[in-house]
Design a protein around this ligand. Structure first.
Ligand code: SF4
Length: 344
């Protein structure tokens, strides 16, 4: 089973409660089942035969996880409880026990595979669906590209595999990854710029794991703007920048901090600590489609921690987080691209 690759997490997390305060879903449901300790204990029970994927509550708990990566990032031993959860989902799918809603969503992502490119040159921008839906972020990104004097080819289309992997559909995710790599090669892409941190994680982390080789270098738009040494005429002022699940916990990337420094933002501490996630299930990619009620609760939890919810300028790294916090938390949220473009 896939979970056997995460033996350390199963054996250690089941006795540990040290990161329970970083379990975003546990924090809004007030439930122990939504913490790494209980998930690990349940998966240990699966191996000893006292638990089974026939138990729908058990499977539902696995698909409720926010997958922020905060627990593994802050664990003193970095036991990969996040990887364990993803492996457990893959085992659920292989056992044919995926919930109907998960299967339906996965089928939709499989059908969406396919892309098109507009423009020319060997620099391309992957404009994923989530980012494309936010016209303000798209416009801001185009302004930044103009300031950086680049005119990338724009690639749009369906799943590149991240959502399928997160749902536990590994063979399908690998097929999507292979096809996307072929598409990029056919288009002659040498540098691929990505807006969505989830896409960056897919391309930089999942693809090597799948053995899929990309024909190009992958850069976050944020990091690319910093590297391009774009001149900013105005300072950003006071902001509350929320650490991103993928950038901080998965990729260990500090381009968010670098862009904030480039626009001379005064970054104020948000909430009660800088360890937990305020990203409303960003790591779970499709939590808003499987459990909108949980995303609402997560956004309200964040809003309750804002000093001045109507006025504070919250800065996030992804259009997913912006949408959740603005829609359910009624917060004043911009993405890094919007903040930077406003400083040109
Ligand atoms: S990830 Fe680390 S801190 Fe969290 S339950 Fe596992 S061992 Fe404990």
């Amino acid at each position: 089973m896939h979970i056997d690759n995460y033996n350390e997490a199963i054996m250690n997390c089941r006795f540990c409660f040290m990161c329970r305060h970083l379990s975003a879903i546990g924090n809004v449901r007030f439930t122990e089942v939504d913490t790494p300790r209980i998930r690990a204990a349940m998966l240990y029970g699966l191996r000893t035969g006292t638990n089974s994927f026939d138990d729908e509550d058990f499977v539902d708990a696995l698909y409720r996880q926010d997958l922020s990566g905060c627990c593994v990032h802050h664990c003193v031993n970095h036991y990969d409880e996040n990887g364990l959860a993803l492996a457990a989902r893959a085992d659920v799918v292989e056992a044919g026990k995926a919930p109907a809603a998960v299967k339906k969503l996965a089928d939709k992502f499989v059908k969406s595979i396919g892309w098109k490119a507009e423009g020319s040159g060997d620099v391309a921008w992957f404009l994923d669906d989530t980012t494309a839906a936010d016209k303000a972020v798209v416009a801001a990104t185009k302004k930044l590209f103009a300031a950086a004097k680049v005119s990338p080819k724009i690639i749009t289309g369906g799943s590149i595999g991240k959502a399928l992997k997160v749902l536990g559909y590994l063979p399908e995710a690998k097929v999507a990854a292979g096809l996307f790599a072929e598409f990029l090669a056919k288009e002659g892409v040498k540098t691929l710029l990505v807006s969505n941190p989830a896409a960056a994680s897919a391309l930089k982390q999942d693809y090597p794991e799948f053995g899929v080789k990309l024909p190009c270098e992958v850069k976050c738009v944020t990091g690319f703007i910093v590297q391009s040494k774009v001149k900013f005429a105005k300072s950003a002022g006071e902001v509350y920048a929320l650490a991103d699940d993928f950038l901080r916990n998965y990729l260990g990337c500090n381009c968010m901090e670098k862009l904030l420094a480039a626009v001379k933002a005064v970054n104020k501490p948000f909430g009660t600590n800088d360890e937990e996630t305020y990203n409303c299930g960003e790591g779970a990619i499709v939590l808003d489609r499987l459990h909108p009620e949980l995303v609402k609760a997560l956004a309200e939890y964040v809003a309750a921690r804002a000093d001045n919810p109507k006025k504070d300028k919250i800065v996030v790294a992804s259009a997913y987080v912006k949408k959740a916090l603005a829609k359910y938390g009624k917060l004043n949220v911009v993405t890094l691209e919007e903040l930077a473009a406003s400083c040109l």
